[in-house]
Write a protein that binds this ligand. Structure first.
Ligand code: AMP
Length: 427
């Protein structure tokens, strides 16, 4: 059977009555992005979608440090021992609710917690409430994201322990938005057995960002997203491009893992698989060693040999470093290629969006990518684009058939919105 969907989106319908606890009025949502040794957080007031406080607990399992910042400018940094995620959550509760850096009087003001999850595979095509079954499904697909999913599960369990199970928790998946891709886009030309046996296919990542900026673009240009063909370019340390047709992801550049597609800070992006096998043979690399080369020593860093960071490369290129120039040229060329490919895949293009650290800030990159794209209907406005960093702005000419916009992404806000929508449904 072609579609082996095993969705759990509607699994999470029932919840205990005790979860109401007067949280309805507070509307404060804690957003958690947990890794194996860190826990980033934002507390968002959903009445006006403002960030009340944010920070990070670092070096979990190997020392520990909390960096906390409130909206009114109070900053707190402390070295604390975090043997596990549980101690990090305990510290977070303490800092949020007591002492001079507190932003809530009591933790009961926090209505719910939203967690970012990297891999939801074919089980999750939208955000869901955390249940035991949801949690074990996320754990069971750890093979597909060994560096991320086990850490997410640890963090959710620690969060439940510290906050109590009566505080609703929601999971928001990087992959969910791309579950609308058709099989012709997500299948690799490998024996079908490997899809059936090991779930090897394209999943795509950065889904929360592509979903956020494409929806926002619809609002900005005052059109129904259902009527739009959009290409969203999320360009940062990790980069991916998405074809969004009628509000749905129909193709994206990252694949089975976030290694595929564009060349990135330290990731290679797509390469001929035979080149990988050839290098492994020549260098005598194990799969783990080859994975390190592809994920940590390639991309900008591998080509330039100086840095993974786009700003360093632009500076070095301006000073005449040819390898830094080459890395930049490769990245821009690859972005152009995806834009052409996805316009063809969708049978047209209404808007192009730049987001992510590089997409939002690097005006020279936006100009280079949009250069000579008139054949596609892109009339780029160099003057409007020049010098613009991190703000929502149309950077195409008024006469341009294809609208080009900078739309800063906000994945945390989308996680908070999904979390709120789900808890409203269950209350
Ligand atoms: P992200 O992963 O989205 O945080 O993006 C990180 C990337 O954005 C790095 O390569 C930075 O060099 C790049 N970046 C951040 N700020 C700027 C800026 N002002 N100009 C150019 N690139 C920037």
């Amino acid at each position: 059977m072609f579609y082996k969907r095993k969705r759990m989106n509607r699994l999470a319908g029932t919840v205990s009555a005790g979860r109401e606890r007067g949280r309805k009025q507070q509307m404060k949502i804690l957003v958690i992005n947990a890794g194996s040794s860190s826990l980033k957080y934002q507390l968002i007031d959903m009445r006006d979608e403002s960030v009340i406080a944010k920070g990070v607990c670092e070096r979990i399992g190997d020392g520990g440090k909390i960096k906390h910042k409130t909206a009114d400018g109070r900053e707190y940094v402390e070295e604390v021992d975090f043997p596990t995620h549980t101690e990090a959550f305990e510290k977070l509760v303490e800092v949020l609710s007591t002492g001079e850096y507190a932003v809530v009087q009591s933790m009961s003001e926090i209505s719910a917690v939203g967690h970012r999850i990297v891999q939801g595979a074919e089980y999750f095509s939208e955000s869901v409430l955390v249940t035991d079954e949801v949690l074990s499904t996320i754990e069971n697909i750890s093979d597909l994201a060994p560096l991320h999913n086990p850490a997410h599960v640890k963090a959710i369990r620690a969060c439940q322990k510290v906050f109590g199970k009566e505080v609703p928790e929601v999971v928001v998946f990087d992959t969910a938005f791309h579950q609308t891709m058709p099989p012709r886009a997500y299948m690799f030309g490998l024996p079908y057995d490997y899809y059936e046996k090991y779930n090897v296919r394209k999943y795509g990542f950065h889904g929360t960002s592509h979903r956020f900026v494409s929806a926002r673009l619809g609002e900005l240009i005052g059109k129904n997203i259902k009527d739009l063909k959009i290409i969203t370019c999320h360009l940062g340390n990790g980069s991916s491009i998405c074809a969004v047709n009628g509000g749905q992801s129909v193709d994206t550049s990252m694949g089975f893992t976030p290694l595929d597609g564009l060349m990135m800070g330290t990731r290679s992006g797509s390469v001929d698989p035979s080149a990988v096998l050839y290098i492994m043979e020549k260098e005598g690399f194990t799969p783990k060693e080859m994975s390190d080369v592809l994920n940590k020593k390639s991309g900008n860093l591998g080509i330039s040999r100086i840095s993974s960071d786009d700003r360093d490369l632009r500076k070095a290129a301006a000073e005449g470093n040819p390898m830094a120039s080459l890395a930049g040229e490769m990245f821009r060329y690859q972005i152009k290629r995806y834009i052409g490919a996805y316009a063809a895949a969708m049978g047209g293009l209404d808007a192009l969006v730049f987001t992510g650290g590089i997409g939002e800030n690097s005006y020279s990159l936006r100009e280079a990518v949009c250069d000579h794209m008139e054949f596609l209907g892109i009339e780029f406005d160099k003057a409007k684009n020049e010098g613009v960093r991190g703000e929502e702005l149309e950077i195409s000419k008024l006469s341009s058939k294809v609208k080009v916009w900078i739309v800063p992404t906000n994945e945390e806000l989308l996680i908070a919105r999904d979390t709120l929508a789900i808890i409203k449904r269950i209350q």
